[in-house]
Design a binder for this molecule. Structure first.
Ligand code: HEC
Ligand code: HEC
Length: 403
């Protein structure tokens, strides 16, 4: 016989046996209660439990009464002590329940992240790459590229949770980031998306680590500047020192290299470009068009990039996810207002510059406090590291306005 059928019929046999045992048991029970009931008929006076004679008052009003009273006193004392303690502990109990749920969301989010996100964004969201096929307007093949998936370890510094939720729900069209939430046609429920966000809270870098990461990217840029300027600087130690010295000079607003310094911040390669501006404002930056030379090489490998109009050359700040920054100074008449915008980013429907309505896609780079999220270590609002200092923002804005 087919083993499946065998298994099914064994299950059925066991079920049948159980049913028979229950039926027989019930019949036996009926029989016994019927017989006991018969014995009592007519002799309730002797057999009924409430008809047995009990102790008289003289016996009862002695130690028995005292004992009952003492016990009532004990239980009353216990209750009157437990009630206030319960009342005192209730807020902590509720808080623990919330922390418990947050922890549970974080664990489930971590599991979802490993399954759905880490192949592109790296384990723990440290950044990675996504293989991506670029196609033209007709859907014809243009190029096969490696698209940088930014680290997510400072994402909550840049965006508030509603904005992150929007990115997760709808993805970022035209890039490898797919839609994950049901509203955007993805596979994840609202709750799973929420769990991912709670997980992301747990991987955000503190200020020291964030600063170290961003500085490393700027130093890498400075190293390229000094080696290009002086090919003799072959000793690694010399390069490092020269880069530091160049940065110290160039970050002074009166320096001739100040705009170059702002450009390095704009193009910061660290953490797969997570903290840069170029990945959203420079065409092709995320898939290899990082400067004049690399763009030329890319165009040579994939000639259809230029034909299709997807990437026609090195076009710094000419617009991709975000708009072209050409002529930005007509939109932000003063540098101070533009700096303020880069510090806080855009919010859906909130006006910025002279007359534009924010989409929530332009990140803020000046750090963020979230009044809706509790930091359970400090008990205060969750705070997220600043990405750029006010001086760095001023430098990057000066660079943008010089273009
Ligand atoms: C197929 C690769 C891929 C997968 C899988 C993927 N992402 Fe992305 N994601 C990207 C890329 C590439 C970008 C950057 C797009 C761009 O250039 O603007 C991105 C952008 C993002 C951003 C915006 C970051 C920012 O600072 O702009 C968030 C948030 C994000 N992804 C979260 C997730 C989460 C959470 C998951 C898992 C549910 C996930 N991603 C899965 C490739 C991927
Ligand atoms: C995740 C993508 C993204 C990154 C990264 C990004 N931007 Fe933007 N940016 C945008 C989008 C989208 C807009 C359009 C405004 C909005 O969000 O509604 C914008 C708008 C702007 C504007 C206003 C342009 C105008 O004419 O209205 C400026 C200035 C700007 N960004 C500067 C920067 C700087 C400086 C950085 C880096 C420190 C940066 N952006 C990084 C997406 C990005």
């Amino acid at each position: 016989m087919n083993p499946m059928i065998l298994a099914a019929s064994t299950q059925r046999t066991i079920g049948l046996l159980l049913a028979i045992v229950v039926m027989v048991g019930f019949l036996v029970y009926l029989l016994f209660s019927f017989r006991i009931g018969k014995r009592e008929l007519g002799s309730e006076v002797e057999l009924a439990a409430n008809r047995k004679p009990y102790l008289d008052d003289d016996d009862l009003e002695t130690f028995r009464l005292d004992r009952a009273l003492v016990w009532s006193l004990v239980t009353l004392t216990a209750v009157s002590m437990i009630l206030p303690v319960y009342w005192l502990m209730e807020p902590a109990r509720q808080e623990n329940a919330i922390v418990d749920w947050v922890n549970r969301f974080e664990k489930r989010g971590a599991r979802n992240f490993e399954e759905a996100c880490s192949s592109c964004h790296g384990p723990g969201g440290v950044g990675g790459v996504a293989a991506f096929t670029l196609v033209d307007a007709e859907g014809a093949f243009v190029a096969q590229v490696e698209w940088k998936a930014p680290a997510l370890t400072t994402v909550l510094s840049r965006f508030d949770e509603a904005e992150v939720r929007h990115i997760l729900d709808y993805g970022r069209p035209g890039t490898p980031m797919p839609a994950w939430g049901l509203p955007g046609g993805g596979p994840m429920t609202t709750q799973q998306v929420e769990q991912l966000i709670v997980y992301l809270r747990s991987v955000q870098l503190d200020q020291d680590d964030a600063t170290a990461q961003i500085d490393a990217g700027i130093v890498a840029g400075a190293r390229a500047v000094v080696t290009a300027a002086d090919a003799e600087l072959i000793e690694a130690a010399d390069v490092e020192a020269a880069a530091e010295a160049w940065l110290a000079r160039a970050s002074d607003p009166t320096s001739a290299d100040y705009l170059r310094y702002g450009e390095l911040i704009f193009n910061n390669p660290a953490a797969q470009g997570a903290n840069s501006c170029a990945r959203c404002h420079t065409p092709g930056f995320s898939f290899g068009a990082a400067d004049e030379d690399s763009t030329a090489a890319l165009l040579e490998t994939w000639p259809r990039l230029a034909d299709s109009g997807i990437l026609t050359g090195w076009q710094p700040a000419q617009g991709h996810v975000g708009p072209s920054l050409e002529g930005v100074e007509t939109h932000f008449p003063t540098a101070a207002r533009q700096e303020e915008f880069v510090r806080i980013g855009s919010e859906v429907g909130v006006g910025f510059g002279n007359a534009r309505s924010g989409t929530g896609m332009m990140p803020g780079f000046g750090g963020r406090v979230d009044p809706d999220v509790v930091d359970y270590d400090t008990g205060g609002d969750a705070t997220y590291s600043r990405i750029l200092t006010p001086d760095q923002i001023a430098a990057v804005v000066a660079y943008e306005r010089s273009r």
